[in-house]
Write a protein that binds this ligand. Structure first.
Ligand SMILES: NC(=O)c1ccc[n+]([C@@H]2O[C@H](COP(=O)([O-])OP(=O)(O)OC[C@H]3O[C@@H](n4cnc5c(N)ncnc54)[C@H](O)[C@@H]3O)[C@@H](O)[C@H]2O)c1
Ligand SMILES: O=C(O)[C@H](O)CO
Length: 329
């Protein structure tokens, strides 16, 4: 059986696939395959392991022969899940193993933003150490402040735990469902979306990007936040409106922002957000630690191996595929 891998993945994943007797081709060029190229490459393969390729209905219609698609990510907003199910293809992802690393990224963006760290680093690089006076380059203290989590799932929980432990922060959250574990362990309080906006000193986004969450953080939402608030997004850039965020920061409607995700990615190097003192931006590296990427490659390989053995994927995005009768069958 043959597996096409759209990027270079950690060796541990390669080893697992090869030990299972699978023949592997990795795409090693430092550019993303176009949709058409991906379809062309998948011909003659039984499975594909993808990083962040757009897998739309056209892809699944063109590749009904695939026995499994494994994502090297937990997020699957890049996948037309219904089209995969219609084609009878199970899709797997990598939940849980990246929660610590991604929450760590949100935490680092929160502190870096609160203390204007990226901007000050840039100033030093530009030969502008500055004159140290008591009113220069002031940040915001985090001790005892209120963290608002939008989407208190696996990553949101770890972020809340870190903030409560490190800074004694009060945790409020807005979620589709109550998170009883967070309420018990962290005394987290579930609030409405409006209350989350109005009460958070730091508002950290941890939902999936869906039709419901797309553009949730827009002019109206930023307008309800505190002028001293910090907005953190390590989930997906599509959840905030970038023009509205830029305007909110320029007009002092909110104080700062830390982003690991932007819209589009990559962000244009001339984007005004990159020049703002209380903005810190990273190039979507939320899960990028050696340990985490190894664990993600392991889960993705396990999904591929299970799929090619006609077993249920251990980490499945579309479990309904097992009860659905594909068209033309
Ligand atoms: N920056 C990165 O590199 C990186 C890494 C990992 C994950 N992510 C993103 O983080 C997201 C969250 O990952 P997770 O593992 O914590 O997922 P999760 O499913 O455990 O948590 C998401 C939470 O959001 C809630 N939610 C969903 N829709 C909602 C809505 N409309 N309103 C309120 N709450 C809603 C869910 O109920 C759930 O509790 C992923 O979908 C992915 O997009 C980014
Ligand atoms: O969803 C994820 O796992 C990360 O954003 C990587 O794409």
């Amino acid at each position: 059986m043959k597996v096409f891998v759209t990027n270079v993945i950690p060796q541990v994943g390669v080893n697992l696939l090869e030990e299972a007797g699978l023949e592997l081709t990795q795409w090693t060029e430092k550019r993303k395959l176009s949709g058409e190229e991906l379809v062309a490459h998948c011909k003659g393969y039984d499975a594909v392991l993808c990083v962040s390729n757009q897998l739309d209905a056209a892809f699944f219609e063109a590749c009904p022969h695939l026995k499994v698609v494994a994502l090297h990510s937990v997020g699957y907003d890049n996948v037309d899940v219904q089209a995969a199910t219609r084609a009878g293809i199970p899709v797997g992802n990598t939940p849980g193993v990246l929660s610590d690393a991604t929450a760590e990224t949100a935490f680092l963006l929160m502190i870096a933003t609160a203390r204007k760290a990226f901007y000050l680093h840039k100033k030093i690089l530009n030969g502008n150490w500055g004159f140290t006076e008591p009113t220069a380059d002031l940040g915001i203290s985090l001790e005892g402040k209120t963290l608002g989590v939008y989407g208190l799932g696996k990553i949101g929980f770890v972020m809340a735990r870190k903030c409560a432990a490190a800074y004694n922060m009060k945790v409020i959250y807005h979620n589709r469902h109550r998170n009883v574990e967070a309420e018990d362990a962290l005394k987290a309080v579930k609030v409405s979306f409006e209350e989350l906006l109005e009460q958070s000193d730091v508002l950290s986004v941890h939902t999936a990007l869906t039709q419901e969450t797309k553009g949730m953080f827009n002019k109206q939402a930023f307008g309800r936040m505190k002028p001293s608030a910090i907005f953190i997004n390590t989930a997906r850039g599509g959840i905030h409106n970038e023009a509205d965020l830029t305007e909110a920061l320029q007009k002092g409607i909110i104080w700062g922002a830390g982003l690991d995700v932007t819209n589009p990615e990559p962000m244009d190097k001339d984007n005004p957000l990159l020049q703002m003192p209380s903005v810190c931006i990273l190039p979507h590296i939320g899960s990028a630690t050696v340990e985490t990427r190894d664990a993600m490659a392991t889960l993705a390989a396990r999904n591929i191996i299970a799929g090619l053995r006609n077993e249920r994927l251990p980490y499945i995005v579309n479990p309904e595929v097992y009860t659905h009768t594909p068209a033309n069958s």
